[in-house]
Ligand binder design. Sequence first.
Ligand SMILES: N[C@@H](CCC(=O)N[C@@H](CS)C(=O)NCC(=O)O)C(=O)O
Length: 215
Amino acid sequence: MSNLKDTLGGKKLILRTTDSSPFGRKPRMAVQILGLESLVEQVPADTMDDNDTLSSQNPLGKMPAMILPSGDVLYDSRPIVEFLDELAGGHKLLPADGVARYIALTRAALADGIMDAGILVVYEKRFRPEANYTEGWIQRQKGKIVRGLAAFEKDLPDANTSDIVSIGLACALGYLDWRKQVDWRKDHPKLVDWLKRFAEREPACNATLPPDLKK
Ligand SMILES: N[C@@H](CCC(=O)N[C@@H](CS)C(=O)NCC(=O)O)C(=O)O
């Protein structure tokens, strides 16, 4: 373990997220992959509740957020996952340096972008009255999802590796399976096979599925 562990002073990290948040699933999966369960306590947040302490912890009012024993708060999912990686000794989820590090971060950003677009499709219907749905806006977001999936279909991560890219991609595909913004399984046989093999090998994948997808 690195020095970061000493800064916890024996106290737990508080992870604010629900089990259904696709972005919150990233650190939840990282915690399990890195074996950090004893150091992290998950406390659900309600992003729809203005009185939830989440919006004072993260001014953006988004989950996940991670509260350190010092009172400092980390957000968004990327710095949280990087923090967890360093806590576990470092460079387990992403390369330490070099071009490989930045390529991994970029591919992780692509997975995040698919989730961001997927969330905007869901929020269009959650936050706008039906008469105001903007089909062009929804199609624009779906275009980002479809192009992002095509890029991963052409250049798959290694299903035998649990890293920042495979975590992000598994979370993005799980979110699309749940909310069905696009029928991704129809046109992406290699991604279907990748997710199957990744989930069979990595127990954290099925253990962190959104509740509605758990068998
Ligand atoms: N870039 C952020 C995105 C987080 C995000 O969009 N979280 C959603 C739930 S999965 C949220 O809290 N939405 C509430 C809102 O946008 O008000 C991250 O990586 O953590």
